[in-house]
Design a protein around this ligand. Sequence first.
Ligand SMILES: Cc1cc2nc3c(=O)[nH]c(=O)nc-3n(C[C@H](O)[C@H](O)[C@H](O)COP(=O)(O)OP(=O)(O)OC[C@H]3O[C@@H](n4cnc5c(N)ncnc54)[C@H](O)[C@@H]3O)c2cc1C
Length: 466
Amino acid sequence: MEEKIKIQLEKAAGKNNISFDMEERLCYSRDITPISYKWMRMYKTPPYLCDCVIRPENIKQIRKLLKISNDLKIPVVIYGGGSGTVGGVFPLDGGITLDMSRFNSLIEFDAQSELVTVESGIIADRLEKILNLSGYTMRHFPQSLKSATVGGLIATKSVGQFSTKYGGIENILSGLDVMLPNGKIISTTRAPRTSTGPDLKNLFIGSEGILGIILNATLKVLKIPEKMVFRSYLCRSFYDGINAVKECLQSGIFPPVIRLYNQEESELKFKKLGLNEKGSLLIICFEGLSKVVDAEVEEVGKISANNSLKYIGEEIGKIWYENRFDTKGIMEYNRMYGGISDAIEISVNWSKIDNLYREIIEYFRKHNIKFAAHLSHIYSSGASIYFIFYIKSRNEKEAVRLFYKTWREVLGITLSNGSSISHHHGVGLIKKELLKKELGNGYNILEGIKHLIDPNKILNAGKIID
Ligand SMILES: Cc1cc2nc3c(=O)[nH]c(=O)nc-3n(C[C@H](O)[C@H](O)[C@H](O)COP(=O)(O)OP(=O)(O)OC[C@H]3O[C@@H](n4cnc5c(N)ncnc54)[C@H](O)[C@@H]3O)c2cc1C
């Protein structure tokens, strides 16, 4: 970056808020995408490297930076917690990485409406802990809770582990303020519902930093539920489990957590617990008012018996709950030479799930790829299937090649089964290629919106769309 541009940026952001250090640039040019791990071994510097990291303290500074960026066509990538898994924060053309970590305050707590307004850079876990002090909770628990920011969760359209009852971030977000690339701020209403044309709030949910900078957000909260109960079941097959959870949701019972593991993943879990069970493990967590919970537990007990499920106690559910933020497995595999592992999370209706699941596991078996799968976000119309795959190849380059190939081919099967290529991790760089196929004519609309809002293509160019 030219010296005179550096001086201009320092002036706009404040000298103490900008860093040109290589170490910092390296740290902020990656996320948790497996290929980020491979770069460390494959290159001295990764293929994408930002020119500077800027940590603004206020809105005025951001506005000034965007002005420079528009005038000089300097790319800007917004960085939340860097826990994204699709390369959303890779600075494809260098430029500025805008770290939102100083936007981390709680702005307002409206107890009457059960709404909390926060700056977007607050880490979700910190917000949850603050809420817990007054007996409230978000009930939005992505596994990355401890590293993801509220802005990042909105920008990637996240879901939490309790989504089956409370929904995704789109159900929790009441309203937001966003700065557009031209420095203007859009503030959406925080009223419970609005029929004032297309809801602009939705434009920014899942926008992955390509349309604007989310500055703050108002989220719905609730009182910590009175009672929480776990039930675990053994299903003769994954398909028996699928039938049982479908019946549960279609009977109008929405427990916050339903986790149904396929045979491969169940066996790993049973082994870890020193159990010798065979079949599919189903964990259900119920919570809410005591009497309602008791009634739901009883009804689900009947549904499970009708589907030949065997009740195996509360303990496995409790163990899952205590370890639910442990993500060592995939990370350790990616640190291994020639090893690469990732999670493909797709969305499918009940009418298509059997075929889709069968075709994908056949693909993994044919290519000798170790895999595990589970359902963990369930709807009355279908579910998200989470496939974790483990590739072992002879070197890092080959691992990366197979990584992209596997993604492309599994998502190809997903599309040919009329399902969606992403349930909650977003598109970023990894799924960009197949998005056109999923969106059809909608892709041009997305391009048009991007062009209208960001004509100089300064915000996260090359992500989601070309
Ligand atoms: C171990 C692990 C477990 C995970 N579990 C889940 C899970 O259970 N559920 C789930 O949904 N996801 C999960 N994820 C994925 C990831 O954590 C989420 O996608 C998360 O929402 C990203 O938040 P972040 O703040 O880290 O964003 P980042 O990774 O920093 O950024 C992600 C994208 O959002 C954009 N962005 C960030 N902040 C803003 C902002 N203020 N304004 C506009 N754009 C912005 C970035 O430019 C980028 O495109 C997991 C990831 C890991 C590593």
